[in-house]
Design a protein around this ligand. Structure first.
Ligand code: F6R
Length: 359
């Protein structure tokens, strides 16, 4: 039940710190080890390339996960849309391993991929929120998200759970391979930090509600921009805003705007920038200024250690590879309040179903 919450979406955004703690309890004992099946690790260790396949928000979580698998576990990783991969399979590596990400475990496009790759004899892991779902039953291995039931059509806690559980697997494989990057990532601690950071942002939700009133009084279009891992984060932030508030929103690689799309910026178009990465912070800021010079109403969402006094939303610092865990929270709230402000049914956006069981 929604309890005291007006909508499931707000309840589920609010549950994210607890979900992070459940994932810690399920996978990360205090002795620094990781609870992942030995068979799964052995199979994954033999792979020369990981293929993450998913749809929608789960695809965006996979994009974040690819950085974790490459940097923490040294495993080359590609991320694909299930609806494309089912019919246009790329040339695969010699020893591929498949990771299907699906909150529901019932998405038809993802199932089609699973059936195809199983037919070819490749190993498949499903990460899903739903034990006993079709994708879980048909895969070789399952890791559960432990997010609890997600009722609102717009996915929130399953996204952050997917990132955290991918981090668990990347850490486990990195440890199995004795990699320094994996030993250096104290994931138990980092996920607890992320949980606390999420809570801090939830406690500031009235401030975000005010910003929505200022930036989205009546906007038809908006942009989220970011570089590096802030780019996939921008894609997910944009999906949230467009699907629940119907504000047409694009997520964009910050440096790519000026190669064409900046033509769309008009007086007062909201452009929201994620800045969590030291290496590209200055570049993203200058890309944002380029839009401001063309009339954009700019907003910055910035990690604490990079924040300046004029920034709009400050994200508590977490490990750089996990910045999307906290970065997405204000974007989920922005989507929620933008939809609420328009009097929309936040939990049931038009034209959408919770799980898409047709191809
Ligand atoms: C967006 C959303 C969808 C799903 C997508 C995949 O908020 O919920 O984009 O992420 O339909 O669904 P699952 O993860 O169940 O395969």
């Amino acid at each position: 039940s929604k309890g005291t919450y007006p909508y499931y979406m707000l309840k589920e955004i609010d549950e994210q710190p607890a979900v992070m703690r459940r994932i810690v309890d399920a996978y990360l004992p205090a002795d620094g080890s990781v609870t992942v099946s030995a068979d799964l690790l052995t199979a994954l260790d033999q792979a020369d390339r990981l293929y993450i396949v998913a749809a929608g928000t789960s695809y965006h979580a996979g994009l974040v996960g690819s950085y974790l698998f490459e940097q923490v576990a040294g495993l080359p990783t590609e991320v694909h849309l299930a609806s494309e991969f089912g019919y246009h399979m790329p040339l695969l590596s010699a020893h591929p391993f498949f990771l299907l990400l699906s909150q529901s475990g019932e998405t038809a496009d993802s199932r089609e991929v699973l059936v195809n790759v199983k037919k070819q004899g490749y190993p498949v892991l499903t990460m899903t929120n739903t034990a006993g779902s079709t994708l879980s039953r048909e895969a070789d291995y399952t890791m559960l998200l432990h997010a609890g039931p997600e009722i609102a059509v717009a996915s929130t806690k399953a996204y952050t759970a997917q990132i955290a559980v991918q981090a668990v697997l990347a850490k486990a494989l990195g440890l199995h391979r004795n990699l320094t990057a994996a030993k250096a990532l104290n994931l138990r601690h980092e996920l607890s930090l992320a949980a606390a950071g999420m809570q801090t942002l939830m406690d500031e939700k009235d401030q975000i509600k005010n910003l929505v009133g200022q930036y989205f009084p009546n906007q038809a279009h908006a942009f989220y921009i970011g570089r590096g891992e802030d780019y996939p984060l921008s894609l997910e932030a944009a999906l949230k805003l467009k699907e629940v508030s119907y504000v047409h929103t694009e997520g964009f690689a910050a440096g790519e705007l000026k190669h064409g799309t900046i033509a769309l910026i008009e007086e007062d178009t909201p452009v929201l920038a994620f800045i969590t990465d030291d290496a590209t912070a200055a570049h993203t800021r200058s890309n944002l200024q380029e839009t401001e010079a063309r009339g954009a109403h700019t907003m910055t969402i910035v990690s604490e250690h990079l924040a300046q006094p004029t920034d709009n939303i400050v994200l508590p610092d977490v490990a750089p590879l996990l910045s999307a865990l906290v970065g997405i929270v204000p974007a989920q709230l922005i989507a929620y309040y933008a939809a609420l402000g328009k009097g929309l049914d936040v939990d049931k956006p038009r034209n959408l179903a919770k799980s898409v069981t047709v191809e």
